[in-house]
Ligand binder design. Structure first.
Ligand code: CMC
Length: 428
């Protein structure tokens, strides 16, 4: 028998259905609440509110579990590739060999940008943040491809999906090249997805660029780990914006903007700046942790720690920490920043403040150490997160459309002035 929850209000009892997920998560379906009682629910920050049902990504924050389409992140990190995970997230199953080959090939063939994009980037200031540049450039794709803007046309959606996945690395590296005054690099479609990114990012037209397989593998791993994280701030933004039936490019552009914030993906840039400041100011880990605990307004949080859903280890952080040591060792790099990060983690995990609040290192805590070790400037870290998260955004957007969604439109509890008469200017 279907379960229900009872709500008693104003002498009336109503029954609300309980929806149960495939992993036992339960939710009260409040769809009929307002029509039956006149009440709405209030949950700032959506701390207890499910915005949709979803079959893409499962997280158990208490147990530290993350799975894409049922596959544990640890297994995907070890055995899969980023583009295979992208396919899995968007289409629901691991592709057969020929299907994967066709998918990778299609992505490979869409990497080039319209030549006029050079003018677009050149119009931006040199110090433009790559996330601002990427959000604007992805939005601008809609102006270059008016032929693939219909969100419900399957063929148009497939083309815009492939274009986005293929072109975001090119756009991100154009943003970077512009900021350092180097020529934009054309993609080289003989290379792998990550190889091509590294070529466009670090290569120049003057000499051959050799791709280090250790670096390529590490970046592919980071992209896998970032590929989706269910209804986070940017994915929810992509869904909400997309729910107006606007095109995919516009929806993803808004996701990039949401990701940029320091409480979300922008934390990876902040972490490395925090570690660098600790190193340069000669602070001890203990001093910094004490500062992060302080309730003073200007005290920085321990960036890279804490998560809305994980109240136990973030499994992505565990994989990245291990990869960090491996990559640095293989590259023969001794990183003071990694040492500081490990020290901070050790101190925080024993500190009552962090233990009580269940604050653990998140995905952003160690990723920047790898990005820095390969020579990536901090302001590009979040753009790399965006390249990784893109298939997740697209998968969430596609699922929303498949669900015959309503437009996203939260309600509010109005707490402003009651009706009053207009006061003429001279009487105020
Ligand atoms: N350092 C110090 N205190 C913290 C931290 C931190 N990093 N994170 C949370 N707290 C405290 C916070 O002050 C609050 O304390 P109290 O209950 O005494 O007021 C308590 O822990 C709960 O924090 P919250 O802000 O209510 O929790 P939330 O679920 O709303 O926020 C978060 C989650 C990720 C925004 C937050 O933990 C944070 O700001 N962390 C630092 C930024 C960061 O690393 N962001 C990346 C998140 S993972 C990747 C991604 O999403 O892109």
């Amino acid at each position: 028998m279907a379960k229900t929850a009872e709500l008693r209000f104003d002498g009336q009892t109503i029954e609300l259905p309980i929806i149960e997920g495939s992993e036992g998560e339960r939710a009260i379906d409040i769809g009929a609440l307002r029509s039956k009682t006149g009440l709405i629910t209030l949950d700032p920050g959506y701390v207890n509110t499910g915005s949709c049902t979803s079959a893409i990504t499962f997280i158990d924050g208490e147990e530290g579990i993350l799975r894409y389409r049922g596959y544990p992140i640890e297994e995907l990190a070890e055995k899969s590739t980023f583009l295979e995970c992208a396919y899995l997230l968007m289409y629901g199953e691991l592709p057969k060999r020929e299907v994967l080959h066709a998918f990778v090939d299609s992505i490979r063939r869409h990497t080039m940008l319209h030549e006029d994009f050079r003018g677009f980037f050149k119009a931006l200031p040199k110090d433009a943040h790559p996330m601002a540049a990427c959000a604007a450039a992805v939005g601008a794709l809609a102006t270059f491809y008016p032929d693939s803007l219909d969100p419900v046309d399957e063929r148009q959606l497939e083309i815009s999906t492939h274009r986005l996945i293929a072109k975001l690395p090119t756009l991100a590296t154009y943003a970077y090249k512009h900021s350092i005054g180097q020529p934009f690099m054309y993609p080289d479609n003989r290379l792998s997805y990550v190889g091509n990114f590294l070529h466009m990012m670090f290569g120049t037209p003057c000499e051959d660029f050799e791709i280090d397989p250790v670096v390529r593998k590490a970046i592919d791993l980071l992209l896998i780990l970032h590929a989706d994280h269910e209804q986070n701030c940017s994915a929810s933004t992509v869904r909400l914006v997309g729910s107006s039936n606007v095109n995919l490019f516009a929806s993803v552009s808004s996701g990039i903007t949401a990701l940029w914030g320091p409480r979300h993906g922008g934390a990876n840039q902040d972490v490395i700046e925090m570690l660098t400041a600790i190193r340069d100011e000669g602070l001890s880990g203990k001093e910094f942790v004490e500062r992060a605990k302080s309730r003073e307004a200007d005290a920085a949080r321990l960036t890279g720690f804490g998560h809305r859903v994980y109240k136990n280890h973030d499994p992505r952080a565990t994989v990245i920490k291990k990869a960090c040591f491996e990559v640095l060792e293989k590259m023969g790099i001794h990183s003071k920043l990694l040492e500081i990060a490990v020290e901070l983690e050790e101190i925080a995990l024993k500190d009552e403040y962090f233990v009580e609040r269940k604050l653990y290192p998140n995905v952003d805590f160690y990723s920047g150490v790898i990005y820095s070790a390969i020579g990536t400037p901090p302001n590009m870290f979040t753009a790399m997160f965006a390249i990784g998260r893109l298939p997740g955004w697209i998968a969430q957007w596609m699922e929303m459309h498949d669900d015959k969604h309503k437009i996203g439109r939260p309600r509010q509890v109005y707490v402003g002035e009651n009706q009053r008469d207009y006061v003429e200017l001279e009487d105020r």
